[in-house]
Design a protein around this ligand. Structure first.
Ligand SMILES: Nc1ncnc2c1ncn2[C@@H]1O[C@H](COP(=O)(O)OP(=O)(O)OP(=O)(O)O)[C@@H](O)[C@H]1O
Ligand SMILES: [Cu+]
Length: 870
C-alpha cells in the first residue's frame, strides 16, 4: 500500500523543478556586458562622438530598426533626417568613416536620442561605444566616488565569496549550503551601489533644474558644485552693478562750443561704438533731432574711448588717460569732471582736433537689487570686489552706494583677467560677474564665470552661469543652491554608504547568532528602498527657496536646518521599523510553516498562483522509511507506564551512521512530528504531536495507553528542505491487563461522532487507486455540514492501517473547485459537506480507517471505519 497522488500533478512537480533552474540569469548577464550607464548619463545633453564598430548583420539590423523607428518619431516632431542618416551611413558604410560625431542636441528630441542610443548600446552589447567630449551636466566627482566605486565592486565580490566560503565550510552541519548561497546572494544584492550612483546625478539634475527656474542657467555640474566654495565675488561695474543703459546727464562745453554742436559731432563718432556710453551719446543726439554729419573714420580704443573723424574734424572722446595720451589739456574741465565722478557719474572728455571742447557726463542707474545682493554675498562670507575700467572717483562713489569696500578701478580690459588671477593667487576661489566683451577673458579666468543675461554673447559664452534677468541676487541663490545640492549629494552618499556598511554584515549573517538573517527578498526590497530614498531626497531640492534676506542667511530658521537632516533620518527610522517588523514576522509561526505560510499569504492577497506552487502545496510525496533516510528513531517510555494514565514519551532522532542528533527538523503539516499510536488490534487510536524539548534532536509528548498490550507507534516527521516525510514504525509493549483480541469486522458505512453524522462512500479495491468520499451532516437536524475547518493544513486527515497493523498510510482529503483547481486548506477556508480521499490498498483484506476533521467550533472529531478491499 502506498499513498497515491495523481500523475497529472506529479508531472507538474517535475516540470516545476526543471523550471527552477531557469536560464533567466544567463540572458541578463549577456545584456549587461557593457553597461551603458555612462552613455545614458552623457545623453542628457552635449556633443557625443559615436564610434560604430560594424559587428555583423544582426547588430546592424537591430540598430537600423531602432534608428528607423526613432527617425519616424523624430520627423513627426519636426526634426531632420541628418543625424540618423549619419548613424545609418556609418553602420553600413566603409569602416574607415565609421566614426561620426554628433551633438545630442542635433537630435531635436533629446529623449528620443537617449532612447535610441541607449537601446542601441544594449542591443549591440558593446558594438557601439561612445566618448563624451564635454558633458555639460557631468556630475562632479565628489569624495572620489567614481574612483572608489571600482574598488568597492571588488571588495563586495570578495565579501560575497568569503561569506559563501565561510558558511559553506564552517556553517553548522545541516543546511549549510543553503545558508551559504542565501547569504552570499543577500550580500550581492544589498551591496548593489545603485543608490550610490544615483546620489550625485539626481541632485545635480534637480539642482540645475531648480536654478533654471530661478533664472540661473547653469552650464555644467561643476559650476553648481563650485559655487559653494566661493570666497571672493568680483563684480563689473557698468552693466552688472548698474543697468548698463546710461543716459547723457550733462554737457559742459568750453569756449565757443555749445552742447548741440558738440553732440552733433560726438554722436556720429560714437555710432560705431558698442560701449554703453557711446549709445548714450547717440541716443541724446537722436532725441534732440540734430542734423548729423557722416563719420569718415572710426577707431575704438578699448578702455580709453574712441578716436574718429567726423566732417573732417578729429574727434577724441574718452577718459583722462585718452586725453593724456594725446596731450590734450583738460585742466579747464577738471572741476566739472571731479564733480561728476563724485556723484557716481562717468565724465567723458571730448576733444575736437586735439583741443578740449566739452565734458559729456553720462549717468548710469544702479540696479535696485545690487545693494541687497552685495549685502547677502557678504553675509555668505564672500569678499566682494568691484572691477571697472571707469575712473577711480566714479567707481568709489558707486561702490559706496552699494556697499563695496574693495575697488579696482581704471583697469584696462586686457588686465581684468590678470586681476582675477592675482586674487586666485591670494588663495581665493573667485567668481566674476560681467556683461561686456571686455569682461570675457576675466569671466573665463574666474573659477566661476557669471554672465549677465542682458550682456554680450561673448560674455555669456565665456561663463559657466548666466543670470537671465541680470539680478545679482541670482549669485546668492546659486551659492545657496550649490550648498544645498552638495549637502544633498553628501546626504545621499552617506545614506548609501551607511546602508551598505551596516547591512552587508547583516546580509553576510553577522547576526545569525541572534536569529537574524537578511532574506534576499528583503535585501532587494531594502536595496530598492535606499535608491528611492536617495532619489526622493534629491527631489526635495525642488522646494528650495532663495534666502529672503541677509538675516535668513546668517541665521537660518531652525525648521530649515532640521529639515535638511530630518528626511533621511526619518526614512532610516521607518526602514528600520519595517525591517524589524518583517524580521519578526518571518519568525512567526505562519512564516515558519514555510511554503504553506507563503501560499497562505499569496492566496489571501487574491493573486493568481503559479500552478507549480499550488501543486507543491497539495502534493503528497510518499514518505521515506527511516532506514532509507539514514535516520534512527528511538522512543523512550518511562519504566512503569500505567494504562489510562499519561506517560511522557521521549523521541530521539539521530543520524543512523554517526549518531549525531538530527538538528534540521522542519515542520510537516504544521507540526514538528506526527505520532500515531494504535493498539496492535487497531482497537485504539491517538494522533499526537510531540514538541521539541530543546535538546538537539529530542521531542516529547504525553500519551495515554488505554490498556496494557502491544501498541504500534507510527512516527512521521520531515527534515528541512525535504519534500517527503520520514516514516518510522515501532512497537511498544505496555504492561497491564490486555483485553481479548476482537479481530476486525467491517463497520457500518455511517456513524455519528460528537453529533456529526459521517458517511463513508466508495469502493475499496486492492491494487488500484480507490476513490473514497466522506460526507457530513448534522446528526440532530440532518443539515449538511459545509463549515469544516482546515486541520493541520488539510481539509481532513485519514490514517489507514491494514489488518495486523503492518501497513500504514497517512492521507489527506482533496478538495477541488468547480474548475478542477485544488482548494488549499488555508486559515479561513471552509470545507464540506463532502471530502474526497484517494487511497491505495495493496492487497485485498480488511483495513482500518480513521478520519479526522475539525469542526467549525474547533473540535477535532475522529471517525473510525473498517472496510474490506476486494
Ligand atoms: N565708446 C566710448 N566713448 C567714450 N568713452 C569710452 C568709450 N569706451 C570706453 N570709454 C572710456 O573708457 C573707460 C573704460 O572703459 P571700459 O570699457 O574699460 O570700462 P567700463 O565699461 O566703463 O566699466 P566696466 O569695466 O565697469 O564695465 C570708460 O569709463 C570711458 O571713460
Ligand atoms: Cu541596487
Amino acid at each position: 500500500m502506498s499513498v497515491s497522488f495523481r500523475p497529472r500533478r506529479q508531472a507538474s512537480v517535475r516540470s516545476a523543478g526543471a523550471a527552477d533552474r531557469g536560464p533567466s540569469f544567463r540572458s541578463a548577464g549577456a545584456a549587461d556586458r557593457r553597461p551603458s550607464f555612462r552613455s545614458v548619463r552623457a545623453l542628457q545633453a552635449g556633443p557625443v562622438s559615436i564610434r560604430i564598430q560594424p559587428r555583423g548583420l544582426a547588430v546592424g539590423a537591430v540598430l537600423a530598426v531602432l534608428l528607423v523607428a526613432a527617425m519616424a518619431l523624430h520627423l513627426a516632431h519636426g526634426g531632420t533626417v541628418l543625424p540618423y542618416g549619419q548613424v545609418l551611413a556609418a553602420l553600413f558604410g566603409d569602416e574607415s568613416d565609421s566614426k561620426i560625431h554628433l551633438a545630442v542636441t542635433e537630435f531635436r528630441a533629446p529623449r528620443m536620442a537617449a532612447a535610441v542610443v541607449a537601446g542601441a548600446c544594449l542591443a549591440a552589447a558593446g558594438a557601439l561605444t561612445q566618448t563624451v567630449a564635454r558633458n555639460p551636466l557631468a556630475s562632479p566627482d565628489i569624495l572620489g566616488v567614481t574612483a572608489g566605486a571600482s574598488l568597492g565592486a571588488v571588495a563586495v565580490l570578495v565579501i560575497a565569496a568569503a561569506t559563501f566560503a565561510g558558511w559553506a565550510l564552517f556553517g553548522q552541519e545541516t543546511g549549510r549550503l543553503t545558508l551559504a548561497i542565501g547569504t552570499a546572494i543577500a550580500v550581492l544584492i544589498i551591496a548593489c551601489p545603485c543608490a550610490l550612483g544615483l546620489a550625485t546625478p539626481t541632485a545635480v539634475l534637480v539642482g540645475t533644474g531648480k536654478a533654471a527656474e530661478l533664472g540661473i542657467l547653469i552650464g555644467n555640474g561643476e559650476a553648481l558644485e563650485q559655487a559653494r566654495r566661493l570666497t571672493a565675488v568680483v563684480l563689473d561695474k557698468t552693466g552688472t552693478i548698474t543697468t548698463g543703459k546710461p543716459g547723457l546727464s550733462a554737457v559742459t562745453p568750453l569756449g565757443s562750443w555749445d552742447a548741440d554742436r558738440i553732440l552733433a559731432l560726438a554722436a556720429p563718432a560714437e555710432t560705431g561704438s558698442e560701449h554703453p556710453v557711446g549709445e548714450a551719446i547717440a541716443a541724446a543726439a537722436r532725441e534732440r533731432a540734430l542734423d548729423l554729419p557722416v563719420v569718415q573714420r572710426f577707431e575704438a580704443l578699448p578702455g580709453h574711448g574712441i578716436d574718429a573723424t567726423v566732417d573732417g574734424r578729429r574727434m577724441l572722446i574718452g577718459n583722462q588717460a585718452l586725453m593724456d595720451a594725446h596731450g590734450v589739456d583738460t585742466s579747464r574741465l577738471a572741476a566739472a569732471a571731479r564733480e561728476a565722478a563724485g556723484a557716481g557719474q562717468t565724465p567723458l572728455f571730448t576733444a575736437v582736433d586735439l583741443q578740449a571742447a566739452a565734458l559729456l557726463t553720462v549717468a548710469d542707474t544702479i540696479r535696485p537689487e545690487s545693494a541687497e545682493a552685495i549685502a547677502q554675498l557678504k553675509a555668505l562670507g564672500a569678499e566682494v570686489w568691484m572691477l571697472t575700467g571707469d575712473n577711480a572717483a566714479t567707481a568709489a562713489s558707486v561702490a559706496r552706494a552699494v556697499g563695496i569696500e574693495h575697488v579696482m578701478a581704471e583697469v584696462l580690459p586686457a588686465d581684468k583677467a590678470e586681476r582675477i588671477r592675482a586674487l586666485q593667487q591670494d588663495g581665493h576661489v573667485v567668481a566674476m560677474a560681467g556683461d561686456g566683451i571686455n569682461d570675457a577673458p576675466a569671466l573665463a579666468q574666474a573659477d566661476l564665470g557669471i554672465a549677465i543675461g542682458t550682456g554680450t554673447d561673448v560674455a555669456i559664452a565665456a561663463s559657466d552661469i548666466t543670470l537671465v534677468g541680470g539680478d545679482l541676487r541670482g549669485i546668492v541663490s546659486a551659492i545657496a543652491l550649490s550648498r544645498r545640492t552638495v549637502a544633498t549629494i553628501k546626504q545621499g552618499l552617506f545614506w548609501a554608504f551607511a546602508y551598505n556598511i551596516l547591512l552587508i554584515p547583516v546580509a553576510a549573517g553577522a547576526l545569525y547568532f541572534a536569529g537574524v538573517l537578511l532574506d534576499p527578498i528583503l535585501a532587494s526590497a531594502a536595496m530598492a528602498m535606499s535608491s528611492v530614498s536617495v532619489v526622493s531626497n534629491a527631489l526635495r531640492l525642488r522646494r528650495f527657496r532663495r534666502p529672503a534676506g541677509v538675516e535668513e542667511i546668517l541665521r537660518p530658521p531652525l525648521r530649515t536646518r532640521m529639515s535638511h537632516y530630518a528626511y533621511l533620518a526619518g526614512v532610516a527610522a521607518v526602514s528600520l521599523a519595517v525591517g524589524t517588523a518583517l524580521t519578526l514576522l518571518s519568525h512567526t509561526d505562519a512564516a515558519q510553516r514555510g511554503m504553506n505560510g507563503v501560499l497562505a499569504w499569496t492566496q489571501s492577497t487574491g493573486m493568481p498562483m503559479r500552478p507549480a506552487m499550488s501543486t507543491m502545496m497539495t502534493t503528497d510525496v510518499p514518505p521515506t522509511p527511516a532506514d532509507d533516510a539514514g535516520v534512527s528513531v528511538r522512543i523512550d517510555v518511562p519504566a512503569h507506564v500505567r494504562p489510562g494514565e499519561p506517560a511522557r514519551l521521549l523521541i530521539s532522532l539521530a543520524d543512523a551512521e554517526t549518531g549525531a542528533p538530527l538538528e534540521d527538523l522542519g515542520r510537516s503539516h504544521e507540526v514538528w512530528m506526527h505520532l500515531i499510536i494504535t493498539r496492535a488490534d487497531l482497537g485504539t487510536f491517538a494522533h499526537l504531536h510531540p514538541e521539541p524539548t530543546g535538546r538537539p534532536g529530542q521531542l516529547a509528548v504525553d500519551a495515554v495507553f488505554p490498556t496494557g498490550g502491544t501498541y504500534l507507534v507510527n512516527t512521521e516527521f520531515r527534515r528541512q528542505g525535504d519534500m517527503a516525510d520520514i516514516h518510522h514504525a515501532q512497537q511498544l509493549a505496555i504492561g497491564g491487563p490486555v483485553p481479548a483480541a476482537a479481530g476486525l469486522v467491517p463497520t457500518p458505512r455511517e456513524q455519528v461522532v460528537d453529533g456529526v453524522r459521517i458517511r463513508l462512500d466508495g469502493e475499496a479495491a486492492a491494487g488500484r487507486t480507490s476513490e473514497l468520499a466522506f460526507s457530513f451532516t448534522d446528526a440532530a437536524t440532518g443539515r449538511p455540514l459545509d463549515n469544516l475547518q482546515p486541520y493541520l493544513a488539510a481539509a481532513g486527515h485519514v490514517v489507514i492501517m491494514g489488518d495486523g497493523g503492518t501497513d500504514f498510510a497517512h492521507e489527506h482529503a482533496d478538495v477541488e473547485d468547480a474548475s478542477g483547481n485544488p482548494v488549499f486548506a488555508l486559515p479561513g477556508q471552509r470545507f464540506g459537506p463532502e471530502l474526497d480521499v484517494h487511497a491505495h490498498f495493496d492487497e485485498p483484506g480488511l483495513y482500518r480507517l480513521w478520519g479526522q476533521f475539525c469542526l467549525a467550533d474547533g473540535r477535532i472529531i475522529t471517525a473510525p471505519f473498517t472496510v474490506r478491499a476486494s
